[in-house]
Design a protein. Structure first.
Length: 479
């Protein structure tokens, strides 16, 4: 059974309870104990003062009581002592009067007096005080006060429960205060937990929605803290992922469309390859070497085109293909355009995608030399530089201005813009020949970036004579 994770809201409630509520309750409990102890001491002190005043007030009555033995005065005396015991000192209290030698002069409870639980009084040097004893399983507080003039001790046994009854209202008040503060703490903890965990829960809900495929923009947060930063980061991630998904979808559509156009434009390359081989054989039989060379080059170009499009080829394969292409194209220029190919041998074994050089060389011939009035050249070079392969194609044609080169490089450097321009060029090529120039260039640049990364691709550079195209590829030797 899967474990259900505890919500951060409840975790925060638990933490706040431990950090806030428990210390507050502990402080209140300690304060309650201290206040109860202080009030208890005040009650004891008050009872001792009452006892001392009662002792002084009874001196004259006691002297008369020793002289008068009639029963009426004895009843009056007992009434006064019972009143003292049950009103001033507390309910169910007992009074004992003893002289300094411990002889009982008067008692409201002869059994209690006979137990002599108060004998420690006579050994004490204190004139008044209190202590606790246990009588008949009842805890009692013993109050005593010595009157030197009458030479007696007046002693009162008061049940501790009677004293605590006087403090009961304080206990009730403290209980109400503790309960009220506890409720307030609980409410405060809930509010704080909701306040602080709410944005986290909302962010979690948004992430769950995203995981379920629902990608929506988040509402802007009014908070200015780390949670707001997380929301901002998540928002950026969602936006970028949406852009990536849209870009991938558009690329898929464009790839499918390009494949469809390629299939529509294809006239069975196998048939053409076989037909050109036949023409080559006939030319050789009739001793027409120019036609044989032209047919042979075209045949090799179609053969190169038949190779699986998804397979990477070596730069050496690309160079052989461009050599055949130049043979076919330059026949009509009657040696007016000279070509030179200078490639580092280490570069030839590096792998690349197909048809990297042909569209660039084709642009040089078609556009660079379209108004040709003098001899020209096309130079192709290649070398390694810091784990990269640099191929260059330079021509002495019409070239481009610095402004045009800058605009072209800006478009080629941005993959999204380059993909869009390639699509526009394909759609407009049939109506405007200028757009045909961009189809091959954008296509080569985009295929390089998609195959190896956006740090690779084409770069244009204006020269005093003609134009220089730089192709940057990763160095990937075969095998």
């Amino acid at each position: 059974m899967a474990r259900v994770p505890l919500s951060v809201k409840y975790k925060m409630m638990l933490v706040h309870t431990i950090v806030i509520m428990i210390p507050i309750i502990a402080v209140q409990w300690l304060a309650f104990q201290a206040l109860s102890s202080k009030l208890y001491d005040n009650v004891v002190e008050s009872n001792l003062n009452i006892l001392a005043e009662a002792s002084n007030s009874l001196i004259f009555l006691n002297l008369n009581a020793l002289q008068l033995e009639d029963k009426g005065n004895d009843q009056v005396q007992q009434f006064i002592f019972y009143g003292l015991a049950n009103t001033a000192m507390g309910k169910d209290s007992d009074v004992i009067i003893s002289n300094h030698s411990g002889q009982t002069l008067f008692s409201t409870n002869k059994h209690l007096a006979s137990k002599h639980l108060h004998e420690q009084i006579f050994a004490s040097k204190e004139g008044k005080g209190s202590f606790t004893v246990d009588y008949l399983h009842v805890k009692r507080v013993v109050f005593y006060s010595y009157n030197a003039f009458a030479d007696w001790y007046i002693i009162v046994y008061t049940p501790e429960s009677s004293i605590m009854e006087k403090l009961s209202y304080i206990h009730h008040l403290m209980g109400i205060l503790m309960l009220s503060s506890g409720i307030m703490c609980v409410v405060l903890i809930i509010l704080l937990s909701i306040y602080y965990s709410g944005p986290i829960i909302l962010l979690n809900r948004k992430m769950r929605q995203y995981a379920a495929g629902k990608i929506d923009m988040m509402r802007p947060s009014r908070r200015q803290d780390e949670v707001e930063e997380l929301e901002g980061y998540f928002e950026d991630i969602v936006v970028r992922l949406k852009e990536s998904v849209n870009r991938e979808y558009e690329m898929k559509i464009k790839s499918d469309k390009a494949k469809l156009l390629a299939l529509q434009a294809q006239i069975n390359p196998h048939f053409l390859h076989n037909a050109l081989e036949t023409i080559n054989s006939i030319a050789l039989i009739h001793r027409v070497p120019l036609i044989s060379e032209l047919a042979r080059s075209l045949s090799q170009m179609f053969r190169y085109n038949i190779v699986n499009e998804e397979k990477l080829v070596t730069i050496d394969d690309e160079l052989h293909h461009i050599e055949h292409y130049l043979k076919v194209q330059l026949i009509r220029f009657d040696q007016a355009i000279q070509t030179k190919i200078d490639i580092d041998p280490n570069v030839r074994s590096s792998r690349t995608i197909k048809f990297v050089l042909q569209p660039i060389v084709e642009n040089s011939i078609v556009h660079g030399f379209r108004n040709m009035d003098k001899e020209g050249f096309i130079d192709i070079t290649g070398y390694c530089e810091r784990s990269r392969v640099i191929l260059t194609v330079r021509d002495s044609g019409e070239g481009m201005t610095e402004e045009e080169v800058q605009q072209m490089n800006d478009k080629l450097g941005n993959l999204d813009m380059s993909l869009s321009l390639e699509q526009d060029s394909q759609e407009t090529a049939g109506h405007n020949r200028a757009y045909e120039y961009g189809i091959g260039i954008y296509n080569v640049n985009n295929r390089i970036k998609l195959a190896f990364g956006e740090q690779y691709g084409l770069t244009y550079r204006a020269m005093e004579e003609g134009l220089l195209v730089i192709i940057t590829l990763p160095y990937q030797p075969e095998g």
